[in-house]
Design a protein around this ligand. Sequence first.
Ligand SMILES: Cc1cc2nc3c(=O)[nH]c(=O)nc-3n(C[C@H](O)[C@H](O)[C@H](O)COP(=O)(O)OP(=O)(O)OC[C@H]3O[C@@H](n4cnc5c(N)ncnc54)[C@H](O)[C@@H]3O)c2cc1C
Length: 302
Amino acid sequence: MRSLIELCNSIACKYKENEPLCRHTTFKIGGNADILILPENINELYKVTKHCLDNNIRFFILGNGSNTVFDDKGYRGAVISLSGGFKDISLISENKMKCGSAAMLVNACTFARDNDLSGLEELYGIPGTVGGAVYMNAGAYGGEIASSIECVEVLEMNSGEIKKFQREECDFGYRKSIFMNDRYIILSAVLKLNISKKAVISEKMNGYMARRREKQPLEFPSAGSVFKRPEGYFAGALIEQCGLKGYNIGGAMVSEKHAGFIVNTGNASCDDVIKLVNYIKKEVKCKFGVELECEIKPIPEK
Ligand SMILES: Cc1cc2nc3c(=O)[nH]c(=O)nc-3n(C[C@H](O)[C@H](O)[C@H](O)COP(=O)(O)OP(=O)(O)OC[C@H]3O[C@@H](n4cnc5c(N)ncnc54)[C@H](O)[C@@H]3O)c2cc1C
């Protein structure tokens, strides 16, 4: 770790030692990372990741932490956040915009709206970054980010090459992309949208946001829907039918408002969340024979 700190100092790359990860996740859970590194450009990012690879230092690329649960003991290694740069959003042609991977999805949606571009409305309100959304192929209300992707620019970690993946090459599926093989860091994405009218786009966005506010427990820290949608079912409905709304383990509770969410009622630990996830899976399997698969990503300490 000392050598990584020396490298950061030598290239003037920002970092924080012993940074509490609960500050960087929407669940507000997680112990300290040995180091949180905030590269501001590709050169810094490449040097930091190459150093980690060459020296066997474990690292994790963090977006807005809205789908991530870090261990209570923290993370032994480097958490790398692109939020120090990589946030630009720009119009590159009449119907295309380029978004840095650390740009918030909400900002991409409002930028599109302000430029009379339609296609992202359903995603409005998802509290992640563009990079995290591409990685997860985030979606809602029948839409998903894959439909708007023209291409994704990445840093290939081993070679240091910058590569471009066209949409067809991204292997997008339900909450799935090629980027999940963790060989790449997403740098930016070009979104191809449809020309429409700001007022129409705005109305749709507000409608989806109102549905979120009505159905989701946004007043509590969470990581959104905990489970993927099992084929032919809705995870939330199955959990509710098991009578688990309001069921809690420590500070982790099945939301009273939406049983597909686990909320942090104040002092939930990662351990509480994992125990509750396992309990829900057991109950749903027992009552309905359905195997629930986690959408949220627990990150172990080591
Ligand atoms: C209240 C709430 C509502 C939500 N609603 C939805 C919803 O409707 N639909 C939906 O799909 N999700 C939803 N989510 C989950 C979450 O917001 C999405 O999965 C989002 O896309 C995650 O983005 P992030 O930047 O927070 O990613 P993080 O949680 O930071 O990271 C997720 C994964 O992406 C990887 N990653 C992030 N950035 C990069 C990068 N630049 N390069 C390579 N890998 C990267 C990380 O390593 C990690 O493996 C919701 C979450 C909350 C809290």
